[in-house]
Design a protein around this ligand. Structure first.
Ligand SMILES: *Cc1c(COP(=O)(O)O)cnc(C)c1O
Length: 376
């Protein structure tokens, strides 16, 4: 069985560090925030090259608080993509604002910058930019449009810890950056976790208040806040893993380069990577016509895959909105129909990548016989 990811292997490698971190928290008996969370915030801020990092209890909470800290609320429109994990859209709605979708570029899976301008109205206040699968979105044109229209830029970096755009770390490029430490992300907790990055001291102060009931001291709330605090156990475990993250990213990049080489002549579309970015391959997703058959074939061969994501958000029953219908975002819809995530994790071997590629060649025709999806 070749797994999509292998969290047990990670524990086997780091068992003594993780066990020691857990013991340290139990001995301190300080289970919420405290010195472990403060130390992790400092270490993760350095990793992202930002001034402030505020730990919270999930990536979704990070997105919600980033929007609130930026002053987003009812009556505001927030631009985002319809092809991603839908937490960003949920967070925009938690804040009382209205999500407005901009289609993606089907080659990179990220926001199509050419389509932003036509989505902007006089109510647009912010843009939630997703760095999907670990590849930074094309930030320069996004920042340029944001400057022109006075939009706040929030990076959803939940899949992109350590990714870089023109030498700058994600989370340090926009006004606020949001990270998730859900176990399947490139840096995963043993449970839920999240964090917001910013270089704005006022945002940082508001985030610290909002995550902890708005209290500036015990039982004296100065803002209506939330119970979104980071548990100390998660912070301690994340501290044990953070020193490995750079190495893990390099392993992922090496495996992705190997997939790219081996699949060059296969009838699947490989992920396009912008020049000047460091893609961190939280997921390695290809596109294939007949995706469902390919997935079934790989499963029969003992190869685990997944679809991220089978429905664009505007077509999800819970998020359907009268303003949108099928056909509105053709690239997002085509990707939902064709994407397939192949096994990708730091403990995958070159030999396993070879096996996956060989199996794909058995299941799909060569490039010259079958067209790769084209939705441009
Ligand atoms: C995982 C994820 C989130 C949500 O993070 P949680 O920690 O699960 O709340 C948000 N956006 C994207 C792109 C994600 O992949």
């Amino acid at each position: 069985m070749i797994r999509l990811l292998d969290l047990a292997a990670e524990y086997r490698e780091l068992k003594s560090e993780i066990d020691a971190a857990v013991a340290r928290v139990f001995e301190s008996s300080q289970f919420i925030l405290g010195p472990e969370a403060a130390a992790f915030e400092e270490e993760f801020a350095a990793f992202c090259d930002v001034q402030y990092a505020v730990g919270v209890n999930s990536g979704t909470s990070a997105l919600h608080l980033a929007l609130l800290a930026a002053g987003i609320g009812p009556g505001d429109e927030v631009l985002t993509v319809p092809f991603t994990f839908f937490a960003g859209v949920a967070a925009i709605e938690y804040a009382g604002a209205t999500p407005v979708y901009v289609d993606i570029d089907p080659e990179t899976f990220n926001l199509d910058v050419r389509k932003i301008a036509s989505a902007i109205t006089e109510r647009t206040r912010a843009i939630v930019v997703v760095h999907l699968y670990g590849q930074p979105a094309d930030m320069d044109p996004i920042l340029e449009i944001a400057r022109r229209h006075k939009l706040i830029v929030i990076e959803d970096a939940a899949q992109a810890h350590g990714a870089e755009y023109k030498g700058r770390r994600v989370g340090s490029i926009g006004d606020l950056g949001c990270f998730s430490f859900y176990p399947t992300k490139n840096l995963g907790a043993a449970g839920e976790g999240g964090l917001v990055t910013t270089n704005n001291s006022e945002y940082a102060r508001t985030l610290q208040l909002l995550r902890n009931w708005g209290e500036d001291r015990r039982y004296h709330p100065v803002l209506k806040g939330y119970n979104y605090r980071m548990p100390a156990l998660q912070a301690a475990i994340l501290r044990a893993k953070l020193p490995c993250l750079e190495r893990w990213i390099e392993v992922r990049r090496g495996l992705a380069a190997q997939y790219d080489r081996l699949l060059e002549r296969a009838a699947v579309a490989r992920p396009a990577v912008l020049p000047d970015v460091r893609h961190v391959y939280c997921l390695y997703s290809v596109r294939a016509e007949g995706r469902d058959g390919l997935q079934r074939g790989l499963e029969s061969a003992g190869i685990q895959t997944a679809v991220h994501y089978p429905l664009p958000i505007h077509l999800m029953p819970a998020y359907a909105d009268a303003r949108y219908q099928a056909g509105d975002f053709p690239a997002a819809e085509a990707c939902a129909r064709t994407v397939l995530s192949l096994p990708m994790h730091p403990y995958l071997t070159a030999e396993q990548v070879k096996q996956v590629a060989a199996e794909i060649f058995k299941l799909v025709d060569k490039k010259d016989q079958a067209a790769v999806p084209s939705v441009r």
